[in-house]
Design a protein around this ligand. Structure first.
Ligand SMILES: Nc1nc2c(c(=O)[nH]1)N[C@@H](CN(C=O)c1ccc(C(=O)N[C@@H](CCC(=O)O)C(=O)O)cc1)CN2
Length: 282
């Protein structure tokens, strides 16, 4: 069984980016700038944002986090986004999701300048993804593709089964795998006889937020399992896949923690660098 080590792979990418960014700062006189907006007190989001801040600092990206209270009015939040759209030193804007109840995340995402949309969630960039045009790719799905590439796992011709149809993971992942010539099936809460479908998967990606949901009976011998779930349990962080049970059956699997999560952050740095490069070359 091959362990798809996202922590190590992300570290390699981040080291390369650090060198590249140092050269670009010399050439252009300023570092890439990332603005992160974090609204409310969601505990996992605080962890993810802190990890993003640390990764940026290490790579030489100037990141600023705007921490806003959970009762921030929609109009005020939208005002912040518009201010950041106008700032020359900001190349990327990221709105950490989920937002507290009562705030309309789609309206906010729609407002982010597509050229600064380092999450790739703006409808224009989602459309570009669908059409296979250049543009920022959502960080988790793009990070998964980079991880598969790193280990020489090519989705071309493979049956890729995705469990979960979120805008952040399932849908964009389906497009990226399709663009890489995978045969893609997206399953969700209304899918009938899910195990019969996951058992067909050469690559099975699970992103539904239920601890240990994907069991050995649900995958075929020699499948590749990509676990996107991060569930906080009394036994620590657990994925959506039963890692221990699957180990002896699969050809490769991502761990949680240390699998897809660190790749999400590496991809954010890549997207920020791309946005910066495009803006300094205008
Ligand atoms: N604006 C966005 N919001 C959210 C995204 C996103 O891509 N953009 N994705 C997820 C959360 N996420 C990024 O923000 C994210 C998830 C996990 C990790 C990570 O480093 N995981 C570590 C464990 C960290 C821990 O919890 O202790 C791992 O798996 O090893 C980074 C980013 C939802 N929101």
């Amino acid at each position: 069984m091959l362990l798809l080590n996202g922590k190590e792979t992300a570290a390699t990418i981040r080291a390369r980016l650090k060198t590249e960014i140092a050269g670009l700062v010399e050439a252009h006189g300023r570092p890439p700038g990332l603005a992160v907006i974090l609204v409310g007190e969601d505990a996992p989001s605080q962890v993810y944002v802190r990890n993003k801040e640390r990764a940026c600092a290490d790579a030489g990206i100037a990141s600023q986090t705007f921490r806003l209270p959970a009762d921030t009015p929609q109009a005020e939040l939208e005002g912040h986004i518009q201010d950041l759209n106008a700032r020359e030193d900001i190349d990327g804007i990221l709105l950490q999701l989920p937002l507290p109840t009562g705030l309309d995340s789609q309206r906010c995402l729609d407002l982010i300048d597509p050229a600064k949309d380092v999450d790739g969630f703006h409808p224009v960039n989602m459309g570009r993804l669908l059409l296979n045009l250049p543009g920022p790719k959502p960080c988790t799905p793009a990070g998964i593709l980079t991880l598969l590439d790193h280990y020489g796992i090519d989705p071309a011709g493979k049956h890729c089964v995705i469990v979960g149809r979120s805008n952040i993971v399932g849908k964009p992942l389906a497009q990226l795998l399709l663009a890489r010539h995978g045969t893609v099936t997206v399953c969700h809460s209304r899918t009938r006889d899910l195990p019969a479908i996951t058992r067909q998967g050469d690559i099975v990606c699970v992103a539904i937020g239920r601890t240990g949901f994907l069991t050995p009976e649900m995958v075929k011998e020699g499948a590749v399992v990509v676990d996107v779930g991060i569930n906080r349990t009394d036994d620590g962080l657990k994925g959506d896949a039963d890692f221990d049970g699957l180990q002896d059956k699969v050809a490769a699997i991502t761990p949680v923690p240390g699998g897809v999560g660190p790749m999400t952050i590496a991809q954010l740095l890549l997207n920020t660098l791309e946005s910066y490069t495009a803006r300094v070359q205008r």
